[in-house]
Structure formats: C-alpha cells, structure tokens
Design a protein around this ligand. Structure first.
Ligand code: GRF
Length: 189
C-alpha cells in the first residue's frame, strides 16, 4: 500500500515510518514525503533514505488553501498514493482534501485525544496536573484533531517534567505507535 507522509518540519515521525516500511513484512511503502515549506528539515532526511521528497510550497498560493491542496492532491494521485499520513503537517486542511481522502488520511497528535486537541498539549497537560500523557493516531475528519481513534499510547507524567522532557517521552511512543497503527490499518483495507 502506497503511503504519502505530509510534513512541515523536522519529520521524526516520518523517519520512523520510513524505517518501519523498510522492515520485512511491512504492509505499507512510503512512496512520497511531501512538505508545504521548502525548509522542512524532513525533506532532506527522506531523500537521504531514498524516498521521493517533494515540496508543494504554499507560498505562491497565498491565502488560497484549497488551491494549494489541489496541487498536493494532484501530486499524490500522479504517484498512485492510497493513504495519507499527516506527521507534523502544520496547516489546517480545507474540506476539499479532507473529503477527497475521507477514511484514507491519518494523523498523529501528541495527546490522549479527546483531551488536549490543538497546540501546546504537553504544557497544558502539566499545568492541569495530569499524571498521564500520550499520543493518538486517528482518522482525519473535518474537525481539527477529531475523527475516529485508531490507536493510543500512554506515558506517565513525572513530577520534574517540563514540556520538553514530557514531549521527548511522548515522541518516543509516537514513533512506535504510528508505525504499528498504520500497519494495522493498512491490513484492514
Ligand atoms: C509530533 O509531536 C506530532 O505528534 C505533532 O507534531 C510533531 C511533529 O514532530 N503533530 P516530527 O516532525 O514528526 O518530528
């Protein structure tokens, strides 16, 4: 199954998916890594790993997010992509892309959804006195960080944690969870 990973930045989840796909018996192939910004660090990581890395820069499209998404969608279809995995893709999607890929687009979010959708999840969880944090892989629907949950992983919040130490502990689990959940999902198709 051909998967495209959409990124905006460092791309550590993308890298974890690329590595997982290289393991024998993995049911998915990372056929494309696509970024919305040319400076996304993950683009380099992807090409070094032998995966096509493409930037569909949002800049020339200005505020027209749908036109940008139509260009992304065309690039995905040209390559026969079947599944989109959002991994730190930091642009809110319009209904165009969400509807076009309904049931075939996954996202990873660094909280135990439905708790803490949106940004700054770790700082908010610590400030609220939570004792547990984690990450969620879910199908993308119209609402941001909503949509059916496919998998979650939990970590403790330790007394000395700040948002950086907690983010690092959660990120380790993100890398495992995303690869496993994507593999399970692809096997159900
Ligand atoms: C991850 O924490 C992910 O859950 C969130 O953005 C971050 C992306 O990190 N959506 P990376 O680019 O995968 O390293």
């Amino acid at each position: 199954t051909k998967v495209a990973v959409l990124i905006s930045g460092r791309g550590s989840n993308m890298e974890a998916l690329v590595r997982a796909a290289q393991a024998p018996g993995c049911p998915f192939e990372i056929a494309l890594v696509l970024a919305n910004k040319p400076d996304a660090k993950g683009l380099e990581i992807a090409s070094e790993a032998g995966v096509e890395a493409l930037c569909v820069d949002q800049k020339p499209f200005g505020k027209d997010r749908e036109a940008h998404e139509r260009a992304i969608d065309a690039a995905l279809r040209e390559r026969g992509i079947e599944i989109i995995a959002l991994a730190g893709y930091m642009r809110i999607l319009t209904p165009f892309l969400v509807d076009a890929w309904e049931g075939r687009m996954l996202n990873i979010h660094p909280s135990l959804l439905p708790n803490y959708p949106g940004l700054d999840t770790h700082a908010r969880a610590i400030a609220a006195g939570e004792v547990e944090a984690g990450c969620t892989v879910h199908l993308v629907t119209a609402g941001v960080d909503e949509g059916p949950i496919l998998g979650q992983a939990r970590v403790p919040i330790l007394p000395d944690d700040d948002d950086h130490t907690l983010a690092a502990r959660v990120l380790e689990q993100e890398h495992r969870l995303y690869a496993k959940t994507l593999a399970d999902f692809v096997r159900t198709l």
